[in-house]
Ligand binder design. Structure first.
Ligand SMILES: NCc1[nH]cc(CCC(=O)O)c1CC(=O)O
Ligand SMILES: [Mg+2]
Length: 336
């Protein structure tokens, strides 16, 4: 809005509180509408049958075996949630320095994709592309000489994206922050005829302390040596995020993501205003833990902070949000 318009009002002729006085009027002037169509639900999966394991640092979130995941996806679909995102807890014995379990076509992720696509064909399935759940170093790429190797990692990521696509995943979501991975994955998918597979790039992903509960959930915290600052972005930077997004769009990204969410809404706004591409943010594990932890102590009202934060994401320019609160939010939005 230009200052020309903001300076039009004069008290007492203009009273901004007039429009806020009644509930119907507040609805009428609301600029942003959060809907169940805006939600992507990240789910942790584990080996076994008919079992769920609470994630300690994320109260209310359980890791699910594939059978329970398929049932949960059905409920999510029935609530109108458009897509789920799968994150595996890999058996530590299957973790190697090269993370080759990532492109084993029979790995936990691929079996989860097949199960959910069979049980609920009409829900979108998003899969991370990154080596950290499979790599004995807990890093998103291959570590050699104490450095996460970029170009060597690309081959592994391409192989991973291919097995996940062949298992039936709809959206590949590279979260590794290697340079050039979007182009490499797009080309490999196209070469194999997977021209309809979408790519949601974690384009501006910051090296953040808010990912710790996630690393507990997938069992990579113990493995991780050092930090991810040589590939994930420095949270001091914003112009750099626009370069990251620009490159990913040129390389073929269909959608881009900013991550984490709440402390990075300024980045979301710049990305959306600059590129106008479908733009998402991830309300990450630490953001969830912060809100749920406080709510469980009676310090915050979970339902209200959930809807308020998700609406804030939309107001900042998000077309959708990945949130562990997706099911709760969907129920609230449907008045259930
Ligand atoms: N590449 C792995 C990955 N994909 C999504 C998250 C974080 C999600 C969350 O914290 O909820 C991470 C963690 C990391 O980069 O260390
Ligand atoms: Mg990049």
């Amino acid at each position: 809005m230009s200052t020309r318009y903001t300076s039009l009002g004069r008290f007492p002729n203009t009273r901004l509180r007039r429009n806020r006085r009644e509930a119907w009027s507040r609805r009428l002037v609301a600029e942003t509408k959060l809907s169940v169509d805006d939600l992507i639900w990240p789910v942790f999966v584990q080996e076994g049958k008919n079992e769920r394991t609470p994630v300690k640092s994320m109260p209310g979130v359980d890791r699910l075996t594939i059978d329970l995941f398929a049932e949960a996806a059905k409920e999510a679909r029935d609530l109108g949630i458009p897509a789920v995102a799968i994150f595996p807890e890999t058996d530590p014995k299957a973790k190697t320095p090269d993370g080759r379990e990532a492109y084993n076509p029979d790995n936990l992720v691929c079996r989860a994709i097949m199960a959910v696509k069979k049980a609920v064909p009409d829900i979108g399935v998003v899969c991370d592309v990154a080596l950290d759940p499979f790599n004995s170093d807990g890093h998103d790429g291959i570590v050699r000489d104490g450095y996460v190797q970029n170009d060597e990692t690309l081959d592994a990521l391409v192989a991973q994206a291919l097995v996940q696509t062949e298992a039936g995943a709809d959206i590949q979501a590279p979260s590794d922050m290697m340079d050039g991975r979007i182009g490499a994955i797009r080309k490999a998918l196209d070469d194999k005829g997977h021209i309809h597979t979408q790519i949601m790039s974690y384009a501006a992903k910051y090296a953040s302390a808010f990912y710790n509960p996630f690393r507990d959930a997938i069992g990579s915290s113990g493995a991780l040596k050092g930090d991810k600052k040589t590939y994930q972005m420095d949270y001091a930077n914003s112009d750099e995020a626009l370069r990251e997004v620009a490159f990913d769009i040129e390389e073929g990204a269909d959608m881009v993501m900013v991550k984490p969410g709440l402390p990075y809404l300024d980045i979301v706004r710049r990305v959306k205003d600059t590129f106008g591409i479908p733009t998402y943010a991830y309300q990450v594990s630490g953001e969830y833990a912060m809100l749920r932890g406080a709510a469980d102590r009676g310090w915050l009202d979970w339902n209200r902070v959930l809807i308020e934060t998700l609406t804030g994401f939309k107001r900042a320019g998000c077309d959708g949000i990945l949130t562990y609160g997706a099911v709760d939010a969907a129920r609230l939005l449907k008045g259930l």
